[in-house]
Design a protein around this ligand. Sequence first.
Ligand code: TXA
Ligand code: MG
Length: 323
Amino acid sequence: MSINVCEIIAADAQNVARACDILASGGLVAFPTETVYGLGADAESDAAVEAIYRAKGRPAHNPLIVHLADATLLSRYAEVNGMAAELAQIFWPGPLTLVLPRKADGKASTRVSAGGNTIALRVPRHPVAHALLTQFGRGIAAPSANRSGRISPTSAVHVQEEFAGAEHPPAVILEGGDTEVGIESTVVDCTGTRPVILRAGTITAEQIAAIVSLATESALGDETLRSPGMLASHYAPQTPVRLNATHIEPDEALLAFGTTTLHAPTMRNLSPTASLEEAAHNLYAYLRSLDAAQCKRIAVMPIPQRGVGVAINDRLGRAAAPH
Ligand code: TXA
Ligand code: MG
């Protein structure tokens, strides 16, 4: 008996058209973005969006990001304000998600908002995502294409592994190579008078604050309320993770950063030259490969808490949380 393996198809014009047909008939298509692969469905269909939750085993209270070909579609789904328009102008297409009030009588399924009155939107810059979104012509709801709580996929093969033998796999996976950025988009709540960062990403707080000053009171206290997806345990390998490692214990795998004298039989270096961007790019693929080695634990060297390091440490903290 062979297990269910989802097909990876080249992202040529014919297959992009096929993917659009699948989406239009309520099916699921996995596709690359510059951050991680997404599991896409027609954002205007309740049944299609419901299928995403089923396929991922995602809790019903965790809302989804709607992906757009360009910013002109924003007003189809959301009430746009000045700060959102400004951030969109500067950072789109790119790894930034804006949370806005849902448009009254907007076209998006209420399921993308998990019943709430806000909606998250983003314009990705990956050419395959752009081709798919342009041809589909409306929003595509897409969480990262992993089973709920696991590491986000940064290659088509990762998506295939996530859904091997799954009851509700995507119909196809569009091939788009290894993703460039490697970690999920920065999520910014623009429903108040000042923006609040709900999830750190490679577009940093400093970069956003240079455009519109951030809310002084960080929303950390009610973060779980405002961004229900930001659970403590998330992005997690099966192997336990030990952070800020300055030594190695027997049977530990090592996730190194920068120049180091630490060694383990199973090890990867996120960036030998200590580039935080390179480390973000490699983070999930290396966590996956160290997880597959089935060591006792994954020991991770300290990552500087500046720039993109803030987002990397956020993900590592969740990977290390008890689950
Ligand atoms: O880079 C990314 O953002 C990737 C690619 C595929 O675009 N997508 C992604 O989706 O990471 P997901 O579902 O894995 O994470 C979306 C995050 C979750 O933490 C969710 O709670 C939050 O965005 N979110 C979505 N809609 C929201 C809303 N209306 N209000 C607050 N947070 C929201
Ligand atoms: Mg995710």
